[in-house]
Design a protein around this ligand. Structure first.
Ligand SMILES: [Zn+2]
Length: 257
């Protein structure tokens, strides 16, 4: 498996870094996890052909994770794509995603390729490929908004953290969280790789939790340019053993796993 951080920024736009998005490549399948504002440029920046993307998994629909989708589909159309595009999305969000695609005038009749929304249920394993599976668990990232559910009854406030598995290797991706408890959603698993966001939790709390979760390797992502100095200083003050196991991800870093 090859993992590429296409972007590591938070919801804050930056001239130098893209919003958080990760590319998982395995079994000749390229899965993009999130496609926020600017994702098409992030792919160009990483010399990744739009047509090589086989599927897109969305963690939630905040603009820094989702709103690059229509523009990315346009790029795929302009490259005369003909292979289908799969979109993996929680079942409560399928309708809104399909609607946004249609309302962006990306009509099936004009596309030249199929866009297949594949819905998943909370806490239920689903397959990306034969050997690559995922479990999503709802986290509390959007919990503050649930008080508006009555007024906006058609909205789904679903946001998830994920456990990816392939060839016995386990990867946890927190995506955007709402509380430190969200870091424990898969606490029965000791992951080979733990990828955590670092904006919606204090760095010191996060480091404490990582010490108890004992992942083999950790990458921190989803931080703004304003956070870099403080994050770097905190990381510099950790033990050498911890520094080897926790890495502040940067845009375009890529590694085989
Ligand atoms: Zn975000």
């Amino acid at each position: 498996m090859k993992i590429t951080f296409l972007g590591t920024s938070s919801g804050k736009a930056s001239l130098n870094r893209y919003h958080s998005s990760i590319l998982f490549s395995l079994d000749k399948y390229n899965l993009l996890v999130d496609a926020g504002d600017g994702i098409s440029r992030a792919l160009i920046n990483n010399k990744i052909n739009f047509s090589s993307i086989d599927g897109i998994l969305f963690t939630h629909l905040h603009p820094d994770h989702f709103s690059g989708l229509p523009a990315l589909i346009v790029q795929m159309k302009m490259m005369n794509r003909n292979k289908p595009l799969e979109i993996f999305i929680h079942k409560s969000l399928v309708e809104v995603v399909e609607n946004i695609i249609i309302r962006s005038y990306l009509l099936p009749e004009k596309m030249g390729f199929e866009i297949n929304c594949k819905d998943f249920n909370d806490d239920e394993r689903f397959n990306i490929t034969e050997k690559f599976s995922v479990i999503a668990k709802k986290n509390s990232h959007l919990r503050d908004l649930e008080k508006y559910q009555n007024k906006y009854s058609s909205l789904s406030f679903y946001s998830a953290s994920f456990l990816f598995e392939s060839d016995g290797k386990k990867i946890i991706y927190t995506s955007d969280i709402g509380s430190e408890e969200d870091l424990l959603l898969f606490s029965e698993v000791v992951p080979d790789l733990f990828i955590s966001e670092v904006t919606h939790i204090s760095t010191l709390t996060l480091l404490e939790k990582i010490k108890s979760l004992k992942p083999n390797m950790t990458y921190l992502t989803h931080y703004s340019d304003d956070d870099v100095a403080e994050l770097s200083e905190i990381m510099a003050n950790q033990s050498n053993a911890l520094k080897k196991k926790i890495i502040l991800a940067a845009d375009s870093i890529s590694f085989d796993f």
